[in-house]
Design a protein around this ligand. Structure first.
Ligand code: GLU
Length: 500
């Protein structure tokens, strides 16, 4: 590749960024970084009727959480600023004008009612219909001038050719063809002078020197409009190479994964928590349910791509090294939440405990737990192989932070007797004299006490666990005792002996 690679993610801030959108970001980012290129974030906010407050900030927050920072964006700036299309409004008019002047676009004066009427007759605004509508092709030059003079609102529409075939070499799908008659004469410039997505995306990809454009496959039907605009504006040589990415599908493969599917099946479809400003409904994201951003990114990367090997766990650096756009699958990927959690489990397993400890702090705080970093790291060392989500640090390890209020007496009461009661009292006396408080010393001391009392170790191990943990779960019981410390261990055994 001779030109410097420049790719863009060009979201419209019309709601929370869905995980499919994040995957589009990711593939753009990986491709750019793989080729030593630049990743641009451009906010496509020209459809102001669909603008949702907070949606733009949400995009920045998600990209930051995922570690996919753009090189150029409305907040990072860059040589092609502004990167927010609404702020570029005056730039587009000249291109719309050129298209009209050269006969590739036209003015249309139709009212909303006239358009409605046409559509009710099952028509689309195209070569067949445009002659009977009110536009600069059907009206005389004088009529057009008069309408403009009177201030009648008008839009600019592309003049789609009739029954021509356009070809596109898609980097994922190979050669695609489109019949121009299937597409209507899209509006390019609205009555208020604001461009629509179709004009703005082409002008900006050109002006921002975008070399590759990757976007969701839902944009395929618009491709012929864009191909023609590149051609009509005389920029064909500079048209980016396209890739239309397959959808992320519902778990049963039946259509695109939606927020409703997530709500119904009990998993998030957003990276971060989002409050819908219209309904005030809050949806937790992957971050809030306890995903590591690395796991989230890894999971998305392989949802529709592989490197040709069996490898599934990749760091972002490895993905950058290995990513190839032509290895993106052509068919949609079914979303599997259990598999997503598997990625998180793997990442928890392989992430340094001090890093995990830092990540776990907000989750513990939510439960009213504050723990010192060193202690927390030790807890996580013991329980990390039982954690699938960062929230599990609390569910699996709560007893390390607070003394259990009750213990599961039913687990031991049946077989409880005086001998055991006496054993625990004596053992406690024994271990208070210990100079060191570590797993090996404790276990040895316990074994000696068991031998001296003439009872079976198996009979007192479960009671000891229940006394310390409150239930039958948890890591090695002497590891628990070591970490709780002598004072807390004595306290818990004493509390239990009172109720047993
Ligand atoms: N603004 C479009 C969107 O909201 C971008 C499509 C493209 O990347 O061309 O997804």
């Amino acid at each position: 590749m001779s030109k410097k690679v420049r790719v863009r993610f060009a979201p419209s801030p019309t709601g929370a960024l869905h995980l499919g959108g994040v995957r589009t970001v990711l593939y753009n980012y990986l491709f750019a970084k793989h080729h030593g290129g630049e990743f641009i974030l451009r906010i496509e906010d020209t459809d102001q009727s669909r603008y949702v407050p907070g949606a733009e900030q949400y995009i920045y927050d998600c990209l930051k959480w995922c570690g996919l920072e753009p090189d150029e964006s409305p907040t990072h700036g860059g040589p092609y600023a502004p990167y927010r299309q609404s702020e570029r409004k005056p730039m587009y008019l000249q291109y719309a004008q050129k298209l009209v002047d050269e006969g590739n676009a036209y003015y249309a004066f139709d009212t909303a009612e006239e358009l409605e009427q046409m559509r009710n007759g099952h028509g689309q605004y195209d070569a067949k219909k445009r002659g009977s509508m009110r536009n600069s092709l059907s009206l005389s030059a004088e009529e057009v001038a008069a309408l403009k003079e009177q201030g009648v609102p008008y839009v600019v529409r592309i003049k789609m050719p009739e029954n021509e075939t356009l070809y596109l070499e898609d980097m994922v799908r190979g050669e695609l063809s489109f019949n121009t008659s299937l597409v209507d004469d899209k509006v390019l410039l609205k009555a208020d002078g604001m461009p629509t997505y179709h004009l703005a995306v082409v002008v900006d990809d050109y002006l921002m020197k975008i070399t590759h454009a990757f976007r969701g496959e839902e944009w395929l039907p618009s491709a012929p409009v864009h191909i023609l605009l590149w051609k009509y504006l005389g920029w064909e040589q500079d048209m980016p190479l396209w890739a239309h990415l397959p959808l992320i599908l519902k778990p049963d493969g039946n259509g695109k994964l939606s927020k409703r599917d997530g709500d119904r099946l009990g998993f998030p479809v957003f990276p971060l928590g989002w409050t819908d400003p219209k309904t005030n409904d809050y949806s937790a994201g992957y971050k809030e349910i306890g995903f590591l951003p690395q796991a989230f990114v890894n999971m998305l990367a392989v949802l529709g791509w592989n490197d040709g090997s069996e490898q599934e766990i990749f760091t972002l650096d490895e993905l950058v090294q290995k990513f190839q756009i032509d290895r993106v699958h052509t068919t949609g990927a079914k979303f599997d939440f259990e598999k997503a959690k598997w990625f998180n489990t793997q990442w928890i397993m392989h992430t340094d405990v001090t890093v995990l400890a830092e990540m776990a702090v907000p989750f513990l705080k939510e439960k009213g737990v504050t723990a010192n970093a060193e202690y927390l790291a030790k807890v996580i060392t013991l329980i990390k192989d039982r954690c699938h989500l960062l929230t599990d640090v609390y569910t699996q390890g709560a007893f390390f932070f607070t003394t259990p209020e009750t213990i599961d007496e039913s687990a031991i009461k049946d077989k409880w007797n005086e001998v055991k009661q006496t054993f625990f009292k004596q053992w406690m006396e024994g271990f208070t004299a210990l100079a060191t408080w570590d797993v090996a010393t404790l276990e040895q001391n316990f074994n000696d006490a068991v031998a001296a009392a003439g009872i079976k170790k198996g009979e007192v191990m479960l009671p000891l666990r229940v006394m310390l943990v409150g239930g039958k779960h948890g890591p090695g019981v002497f590891q628990i005792a070591e970490l709780l410390g002598q004072e807390e261990t004595v306290k818990r055994i004493n509390n239990a002996l009172v109720v047993l």
